[in-house]
Structures are given as structure tokens and as C-alpha cells.
Design a protein around this ligand. Structure first.
Ligand SMILES: Nc1ncnc2c1ncn2[C@@H]1O[C@H](COP(=O)(O)OP(=O)(O)OP(=O)(O)O)[C@@H](O)[C@H]1O
Length: 752
């Protein structure tokens, strides 16, 4: 161990010296000198960050082979002048560490798991794989799961940890599956879908670094709290350049913070919205059925219907998006107007350059500009959507294939200054609109005349948020990589924004709506709507993707019934599917309860098998009033230690959040960064998606079950978040699926 850490220290010192050398050269020289220096500085600091990230658990395993050779397995590869000291867990020769079994030992006689604390080995756990060479006494030590059980039984910290030391064979197969094509990983709760997807990203970046470093990797998760929860896994594996995002964050410049009502989200997510958006754009290209007169102060020019239609048809035939096609439309009309004007001036046949002069004169004429803007306006996606939501006429035209009640659900008031307007389900629609509208000329953008003041204010606000976000990110990276003392947060953040070439691939990708990623991973993929899938697929034209999720956990109203149904429009029949079957999170006693709720979703579904028992049965307590009693119950449970979540129906989130936070010190209500660090957090099921806690209390399960059309899925998700203990607190009768729970003596006043 000391040789490995000695080598690590040497490499760090060396890289630090290289970085210092580059930084000492200062900012002078030609553009090219500077740019080269910046790329070296970037490269050395990334390498340094990687070397710091592997400090803990640098080496976690050893393989002893039948030919008496041994290999040490760790987070990175290390060699000195003479030999390989440590093998990166992702290298092909490390594979037997995860896959060898007594039946197929892959040349390995012993697999050793090393538990370390700091730089010391504190425990060893051996798998003997060569049955023939085992003495009878040794055979009883076949406890390959000791390291695994120690890891999954450990208290949770509020952040997901990497599992390099204990990846299981079925997971390893998925992690190392080839890069190309769409891989779907279906698995019940706690089967490691998320953690496997993250290790897959690290594996692919290691194996295909060239290709992926250039185009980047995108990981999509269900909400910002979840992204924070998983945010440390890749850096701890030495990979920092991956973009983690929610669907709501996919559209640069839009902060989608408003919550959406489920029925509205269902309409906005429906595939029919693609046609609604397309029709909304066409609506803005319709020409009037009456001639348009343009008054030029004493002189009147007229655009008749035939000319207008001809201009529109020519623009449509150009096959350009709406904004770029405007140039074609405008040129046609300006020509017509110029000719008409020449005629009025008494000129017969005129030369092209004379016509061009007239055209230019007309172009700057305010009355002409106003008329043209009205006929074919420049539009941002935001303007198009606001125009659609707020105008009954436009809605009736574009959404004529929707039912009147569905149209009504789309109806909104115009944005008010300072109030959040966009929701996560608007983002795929904005993206769809952006595709159809195309870019607006830079000089028009600068003129800014067409842009509403509200929008510019929103833009400035988004910029401020972005800056905040950058600082937090920089702080986290520096703390995590142990570089906080070396680089200043502001400087680190500004280095990333000062110029294009300073940006990492992930940062450049985040700022560019049309970026095509080299690889995309979608987590909790059952939550994506049809419109969201379109936006995601646009970002991955090569379809090199991993999609992980659990159809049974879908909360969406029109959630998918199968992965084939989801993927048919994009890779009809050409995806590969893997299933994870073992639950590493939830003990068997809790899973039994969850399984009866799973049967409500579909009796044919099987819950994954738990890898362990906790010895603690889930309990239930009936109380007269949740707001009066929940605080006390949570307080008692918090004493048990670990992190606790109280999962509540949406409709009770306010009062129960208040009840618990006032009774329990340090408790927080609602999602957000604090929810992961607090001893107790009150969350709705949607906010707890993908997360896990040592202990979970589910409040009023019958309401969770009936409150939404996919209530059974919500309750199933809620019951499968705990790693140790589960309790249910209720005022009304328990749903039949939970009727078997062990009653607990309730607090005073409980009806029993
Ligand atoms: N091989 C492993 N070694 C150690 N821990 C593991 C292993 N596989 C999974 N785990 C742990 O099991 C827990 C569940 O994993 P994860 O969150 O990835 O599951 P999931 O399938 O995404 O669950 P859900 O669908 O409920 O969100 C995590 O704490 C994870 O670290």
C-alpha cells in the first residue's frame, strides 16, 4: 500500500510542478502561445484533480492467479519504471475481479477485497475460487459477499458513493457493454441501476476517451436534488467532465422552476404537441385574405393576396426554418414593392441596381418594416409559446386536434415580471419550437427591438443564476479534489467562462442547445414524456445511449407500458435490454411489503430479490391527527440515528412539513440541497425519486395511493426508499396491501 501511495504522491508532485511551470509563464505572448498554455494548464489541472480524487480507496483488490502472479486493482492505473503497480478497475485485465466465479475462475485462484481507512488496510476479505486447491477448512470462508454486505449495510451519508470495490457480475456485464447502440437497463428499485449507469459512464470514458472527450457525455436525472445526490460518484472515479442535467435544464437560458399540474404536464408531454407546435409556427406564416396597404406619407403601396401567397410559398419551399426563411419572404415582397413604386414614379423598365436602391430605401422605411414584421415576425421559442398559451385564437388554430378540455389546460396568462413562468414540461416544447424557428440573425438580436423587455430581464436573471451555479460548482470541485487551497473559487469559475477555449466539453455542451453528445445516459427514464424523448434524442444523433429505469415506478399519467413502445420511433426494434434482479438497498422485510403494492400495479410483476435481511419488520401506527402526532413520531425515529425521510402525499406536504420542522431540530421540508444533509427531510414521493435513506416514514399511504392516477407506483416508490427501517403513520384505514403491517403502540391520543 505504501508503495502505491508513494507513487501517487510522486505523480502529484510532478504534475503540480508542470502546472506551476505553465502558470509561471504568465499571460504574455501571441494568441497561439496563450492558447497552448491554457490547454496545458487545463490538462495538468484536470490530471491533478484526478490524482487527488483517488486518494480514498486507491487500491481495493488483489487477484492471485494460478501461475503465481498477482495484480492489484484500484481506481486508477499506476506504474513505475519497472512494472505495473496498480491496474485501473476498468482495464480488461481487471475484469476477473468482478466476474470470476468458482465455476468459471478465469485463471484466478483468489480474489482479495481490501478495506482501507486513509492509507491503511483495515480489513481483508477473500474469495477462494480454485475449489481444488482449497483445504476443507478454507471452503467455509467462501463469503464473497462480506465486502458487499458491509458496504450496503453502512449508514448513508446523503450522497451516493461509488461501488468499484463491490460491483457484482450482472452489473459488471452492463457496465462493460459496448458503446454503440441503445442499451436499456430495466430493474426494480434498489437494483443499482443508477450506480451502474454512473460506473458505465466512467468505464466508457476510460475505454473510448478520444471519442467521448470531444463530444462529451450527458447524464439526465429526474430532479436537481437527485443530481446532487449522485454528483460525487463520477468525480470520485476521477471523471469530472460529464454534464449532469434534468430535462428542465436542457434548454440554455431557461430556468424551469414553476411546478406543473400533472394533467397539464400530461398534455404538454403528449406526442400530439409536436404537431401543435408545428401548427403554431405555420400560424405565424399565414397571410391575410385581404390586400395589405402600406402608407408611405402621401404615397400608398399595396401587397395583394397573390403576391403575399407567392412570397409565403417561396419561403416555405426554401425549406429553411421560420426565422432564416423570413429573408426569402421579405426579399420577394420588397421586390414587389420596389417594382410597384418604380411604376408609380413613372419609370418603365428599370435596371437591377436601380431596383436594388429602391428596395433598400423601402427596407428602412418604418411603415414597411412594421408591415413585414406583422406578416412574418421574427420569433423566439419563448415568444411562440407565450403567444400560443395566451391567445385563444392561436390555440384554437394550432391545437385543433386536441380536445377542448385539453386546450383549456394549455391556456395561461402572460408572464408577470418577477414571477416564474416556465415549467419542466415547457422545455421540450421550447426545444421543439427552437428547431422549427431556427436562429435569428445576430444583428437583429443586437438591435433587440423585437424582444420584449420582460424577456430581456428574464435573460439577465438567468445569467445571474448561472453565475451562482458556476461558483457553487467550482467550490464543490475544488473541495472534492482537495485543490481548494491551490486555486481560488472565483478564479476557477471565471477561468471556465472567460473564453470558449477555457471551457470544458461539458460546459460548452451545456451552453449549446444544438450540441450532439458522444454518449447519453437517461436515468429514471420511465418518467420522460414523449415530447421529452424527442428533445433527448436530438442531443444524441448517433443513438449511443444507456437508458435505465423501471416501468413499474412511472408516475407519469401516460407512463410507458414497455421500453419498446418508448423507443420505437427512434430505434425501432434495435435496442438491447438487460435486467437487474437483485435489490441491494431494501431489506427483505421491507420488500415483502412493497411487493404487495407492486401487485396492485400489475400482478404479473415480480419485485427484485433483496440481498439481505435487516431483522426489523416495518411498522404502522394509527393516529387521530397527523399534524399533532407526526412530529413526535419523527423525533423518536431520529433518535435511532441515520438519515430519515418522511414521505407525504402532495396535498399534505405543506402542513406536514411545518409539523415536522417545528418539532424536530434540523429537519427540513421540501427538496433542495439541504434535504440530503438534514437528519430528517419531509418530501413528496416525486422529490424522493431515486434517493435513499436509512429510515423512511410514509404518511397517509391511502392518500398517496388515491391522490394521483398512478398512485400505486408512487406508493411503491415510497416504500422502497429505505435501507434499514420503514414505518407508516396513518389516520384512515390502511390500504389492504399494507394491512399486514405490525401495529406499534401509538402516541397518547391514538385511536389504536
Ligand atoms: N454492487 C454494489 N455494491 C455496493 N452497493 C451497491 C451495489 N449495487 C448497488 N448498490 C447500492 O444499492 C443502492 C441502490 O442503488 P441505485 O440507487 O443505483 O438503485 P436503482 O436501481 O437506481 O434504484 P431506484 O430505481 O429505486 O432508484 C445504492 O446505495 C447503491 O450504492
Amino acid at each position: 500500500m505504501s508503495r502505491l501511495y508513494g507513487r501517487l504522491d510522486e505523480l502529484r508532485d510532478h504534475t503540480q510542478r508542470q502546472l506551476d511551470g505553465v502558470l509561471a509563464q504568465g499571460g504574455g505572448g501571441t494568441m497561439q502561445n496563450r492558447s497552448e498554455r491554457d490547454s496545458f494548464a487545463e490538462m495538468y489541472s484536470q490530471r491533478l484533480a484526478r490524482l487527488w480524487a483517488v486518494e480514498n480507496g486507491l487500491c481495493f483488490g488483489r487477484l492471485d492467479h494460478a501461475d503465481q502472479t498477482s495484480l492489484y486493482i484500484g481506481r486508477i492505473g499506476l506504474s513505475d519504471d519497472e512494472r505495473r503497480l496498480l491496474i485501473d478497475w476498468r482495464a480488461p485485465v481487471a475484469q476477473p475481479f468482478y466476474r470470476a466465479t468458482p465455476a468459471n475462475p478465469m485463471g484466478v485462484t483468489r480474489r482479495r477485497h481490501l478495506q482501507t481507512k486513509g492509507r491503511k488496510v483495515i480489513g481483508i476479505d477473500d474469495d477462494l475460487l480454485d475449489l481444488d486447491s482449497l483445504a476443507e477448512a478454507d471452503r467455509s470462508t467462501l463469503n464473497g459477499e462480506a465486502a458487499l454486505l458491509a458496504s450496503i449495510g453502512a449508514r448513508r451519508t446523503g450522497r451516493m458513493r461509488d461501488i468499484v470495490a463491490t460491483i457484482q457480475a450482472e452489473q459488471d456485464r452492463i457496465i462493460r457493454s459496448g458503446l454503440d447502440g441503445v442499451l436499456v437497463v430495466q430493474g426494480g428499485p434498489g437494483t443499482g441501476k443508477t450506480v451502474v449507469a454512473l460506473h458505465r459512464a466512467a468505464y466508457l470514458l476510460y475505454t473510448h476517451r478520444e471519442r467521448l472527450a470531444r463530444r462529451g457525455v450527458l447524464i439526465l436525472g429526474p430532479n436537481p436534488t437527485f443530481l446532487r445526490y449522485i454528483g460525487q460518484v463520477l468525480p470520485s472515479l476521477g471523471e469530472t467532465d460529464v454534464l449532469l442535467s434534468t430535462v428542465g435544464e436542457l434548454y440554455p437560458g431557461v430556468v424551469a422552476t414553476r411546478r406543473e399540474e400533472p394533467h397539464v404536464a400530461a398534455v404538454k408531454g403528449d406526442i400530439r404537441m409536436a404537431e401543435v407546435i408545428a401548427a403554431a409556427v405555420r400560424d405565424r406564416q399565414r397571410v391575410p385574405r385581404k390586400p395589405v396597404r402600406i402608407d408611405l406619407g402621401g404615397r400608398t403601396l399595396t401587397l395583394d393576396v397573390r403576391t403575399l401567397e407567392a412570397a409565403r410559398n417561396r419561403a416555405a419551399r426554401s425549406r429553411r426554418a421560420h426565422n432564416p426563411a423570413r429573408a426569402v419572404f421579405v426579399r420577394h415582397l420588397l421586390n414587389a414593392l420596389a417594382r410597384q413604386w418604380a411604376k408609380q414614379l413613372g419609370k418603365g423598365l428599370i435596371e437591377e441596381d436601380e431596383l436594388a436602391d429602391l428596395r433598400e430605401e423601402l427596407r428602412t422605411e418604418p411603415a414597411v418594416r412594421t408591415a413585414l414584421n406583422r406578416l412574418w415576425p421574427y420569433l423566439t421559442p419563448q415568444q411562440l409559446l407565450i403567444g400560443l398559451y395566451t391567445d385563444d385564437g392561436r390555440l384554437a388554430y394550432a391545437a385543433r386536434d386536441l380536445k377542448p378540455a385539453e386546450r383549456e389546460l394549455l391556456r395561461r396568462d402572460p408572464p408577470r415580471r418577477g414571477a416564474d413562468y416556465w415549467t419542466e414540461s415547457d422545455v421540450p416544447l421550447l426545444d421543439e419550437a427552437a428547431e422549427l424557428l431556427g436562429d435569428i440573425d445576430e444583428h437583429v438580436l443586437r438591435a433587440g427591438a423585437w424582444m420584449a423587455e420582460e424577456e430581456r430581464a428574464a435573460g439577465r436573471e438567468a445569467e445571474r443564476d448561472e453565475r451562482e451555479h458556476e461558483l457553487t460548482y467550482a467550490r464543490e470541485v475544488l473541495e472534492l479534489t482537495g485543490m481548494a487551497d491551490i486555486l481560488d473559487v472565483e478564479r476557477f469559475a471565471s477561468r471556465h467562462r472567460a473564453a470558449e477555449e477555457y471551457l470544458t466539453t461539458a460546459e460548452r455542451a451545456a451552453a449549446d442547445r444544438t450540441w450532439a453528445f458522444g454518449y447519453v445516459i437517461v436515468d429514471e427514464a420511465q418518467e420522460l414524456t414523449a415530447m421529452a424523448w424527442r428533445a433527448v434524442m436530438r442531443r444524441c444523433p448517433t443513438r449511443a445511449m444507456t437508458i435505465v429505469g423501471d416501468i413499474a415506478q412511472s408516475a407519469a399519467l401516460a407512463g410507458p407500458r414497455s421500453w419498446s413502445e418508448v423507443l420505437r420511433p427512434y430505434v425501432a426494434g434495435r435496442h438491447r435490454e438487460e435486467t437487474l434482479t437483485i435489490n441491494y438497498r431494501t431489506p427483505a422485510e421491507l420488500m415483502e411489503t412493497a411487493a404487495s403494492v407492486l401487485a396492485l400495479i400489475d400482478p404479473a410483476l415480480r419485485a427484485p430479490e433483496s440481498v439481505r435481511e435487516s431483522g426489523e419488520r416495518p411498522w404502522a401506527v394509527r393516529v387521530a391527527s397527523l399534524t399533532d402526532s407526526l412530529g413526535e413520531i419523527v423525533k423518536r425515529e431520529v433518535v435511532e440515528g441515520g438519515r430519515l425521510a418522511v414521505l407525504v402525499p402532495d396535498s399534505l406536504a405543506g402542513p406536514l412539513g411545518a409539523a415536522v420542522t417545528s418539532a424536530v431540530e434540523g429537519a427540513v421540508a421540501g427538496p433542495g440541497p439541504e434535504a440530503l444533509d438534514a437528519p430528517a427531510a419531509v418530501l413528496t414521493v416525486a422529490d424522493a425519486k431515486g434517493l435513499e435513506f436509512d429510515s423512511v416514514i410514509v404518511a397517509e399511504p391511502s392518500r398517496i395511493l388515491t391522490e394521483t392516477p398512478r398512485g400505486a407506483s408512487d406508493l411503491y416508490v415510497a416504500l422502497t426508499r429505505a435501507t434499514q427501517r420503514l414505518g407508516v403513520v396513518h389516520t384512515t384505514r390502511l390500504p389492504t396491501a399494507l394491512a399486514h403491517l405490525t401495529p406499534e403502540p401509538g402516541p397518547p391520543g391514538a385511536p389504536g
